[in-house]
Write a protein that binds this ligand. Structure first.
Ligand code: SF4
Length: 482
């Protein structure tokens, strides 16, 4: 998928048991998580003010090298963010300071996920907060935790008490004023979070994706479990649970689109999952064609899987112009227009012209970029059949992926919620101008990933939000923009 869906972040926390300066590792790890958010980033290192900048990590570090590396310390947290609005990238960048970070109860927090604000506001109704207007879900969660800590609760008790009001997703890291590193993952495990170990600096690492462990030469230990809270201090690591549910809801979109192909989540390598899904698409839609072409970059392994299964050559007919980087300038583009930007996709005419192309992509959200790719980038092709690794997206996501409102989702717009897959395939093909469109289904997705359907969140395709504490009220386009 070419579009940039908004709001998916990456978090990282490092604690060196032997007191090494962890800032260089933190910076390198955040660079490896950059695919999870490119509009703002920040770090908080013990005994230093929180440092935040817009744009990508390497740009700011190059420009402010001396200032960044003054932030030395043996424990720290960091965050990369894809913001939801054009203007507020720095204002809402994480880590966020909660309370007085110099007293016993203050802390810094970095969060990947989305929580319902209304429920959290209830927990703060008798606090001295005059208005919750403009306060983000992360700040509200932080303020609620802060109050519970001040009332004498431990971290695990605070999460236990707050959990009934935590409706949505969170994979988070916290740096306490006492220099402890806390990590927690929501009870369903929507967003990934894992634990690693860096031998040279004797450091525990908590990070959204294992690709960052690889990047800094750390080894993967295990996934943080849903409902688990980890505390790391000079005494070592302690694991506790604030909730325990058998029914997890890992986000399959991480496997098909967001996560780095080298990452392992729930014991499954993302590249392998994508390739498997391509093989499953070959079973489901064995199309006669001349070449299999992926929409770069996330669909490449699936295209390879399809090509191998069908014995049809894999060709890079579309390439991303790697010299056009995503960066701060994109914040000046209204979020809803970002999807239409496919100018950094370059077609290789010699591969395309006169060919029957089997195009593989991960998903269609608004359909704008698919239409441009089929109608313009692939002009000259004899025919284009588009296969999608993710089932039709018909419902909005309230668990950390900021899809547009339901009214803007292509399948909902042209098919509503009650159509069968053949009719959806037909109508979407007509809309984007392809000869054929074939969506994966939830069985194929679950089989390809290697997780049972009852361990996946499939709400955006099935409309079943039972993995949330209560069904969200869908927002209109205007509400989302306000
Ligand atoms: S609604 Fe869709 S995108 Fe959101 S967490 Fe569930 S599967 Fe992932």
């Amino acid at each position: 998928m070419v579009c940039s869906l908004r709001e998916n972040c990456g978090v990282m926390g490092i604690f060196s048991l032997s007191g090494y300066n962890i800032t260089p590792l933190l910076i390198s790890g955040l660079e490896a998580l950059q695919h999870r958010g490119q509009e703002a980033w920040g770090i908080a290192v013990n005994r230093h003010q929180t440092f935040k900048r817009t744009g990508i990590v390497s740009q700011a570090v190059e420009a402010e090298y001396k200032e960044v590396f003054k932030l030395s310390g043996s424990v720290g947290i960091g965050h990369v963010r894809y913001s939801t609005t054009a203007k507020s990238t720095l204002e809402h960048a994480h880590p966020i300071d909660i309370g007085n970070i110099m007293d016993n109860y203050g802390f810094r927090i970095a969060h990947n996920g989305t929580l319902e604000r209304e429920l959290l506001i209830k927990t703060l109704k008798d606090s001295n907060l005059t208005s919750c207007h403009g306060i983000t879900d992360t700040e509200l969660m932080g303020l609620s935790l802060h109050r519970l800590l001040k009332n004498g609760h431990s971290w695990v008790e605070a999460f236990e008490k707050l959990n009934p009001y935590l409706n949505g997703s969170f994979s988070l890291v916290i740096l306490t004023s006492n220099g402890e590193l806390i990590a927690a993952r929501d009870e369903r495990g929507f967003r990934p979070l894992c634990l690693g170990w860096h031998e040279e600096t004797s450091s525990y690492i908590i990070v959204s994706e294992s690709c960052a462990l690889e990047a800094i030469g750390a080894k993967f230990i295990r996934d943080i479990e849903p409902g688990e809270i980890i505390t790391i201090n000079r005494d070592g690591l302690k694991s506790e649970y604030f909730a325990h549910l058998d029914r997890h809801a890992h986000c399959p979109f991480e496997y098909t689109y967001f996560a780095h192909p080298s990452s392992r989540m729930e014991g499954i390598n993302v590249y392998t999952a994508r390739k498997n899904i391509g093989r499953i698409l070959a079973e489901k839609y064995p199309i006669e064609g001349d070449v299999v072409v992926p929409v770069p970059d996330s669909a490449r392994p699936a295209a390879l899987g399809y090509s191998e299964s069908m014995g049809i050559p894999f060709e890079e007919g579309l390439l991303k112009d790697r010299y056009k980087r995503k960066g701060g300038w994109r914040s000046f583009i209204e979020p809803e227009k970002r999807e239409a930007i496919v100018s950094n996709i370059v077609a290789i005419r010699d591969v395309i012209e006169g060919k029957r192309i089997i195009l593989i992509d991960d998903s269609i959200v608004r359909g704008t970029s698919s239409k441009i790719i089929v109608g313009s980038k692939l002009r000259g092709a004899k025919e284009v059949s588009l296969l999608l690794t993710f089932p039709p997206i018909v419902y909005p996501c309230y668990m950390g992926i900021d899809f547009p409102s339901q009214e803007e989702l292509l399948v909902y717009k042209i098919c509503g919620t009650s159509m069968n897959i053949d009719e959806i395939n037909r109508r979407v093909a007509e809309y984007i101008g392809a000869s054929f469109v074939g969506y994966n289904d939830t069985e194929g997705l679950s089989r390809g990933i290697g997780l049972p359907k009852n361990q996946l969140c499939l709400a955006c395709t099935t409309g079943d939000y039972s993995c949330l504490k209560r069904k969200p009220r869908f927002k209109t386009r205007d509400e989302m923009k306000s």
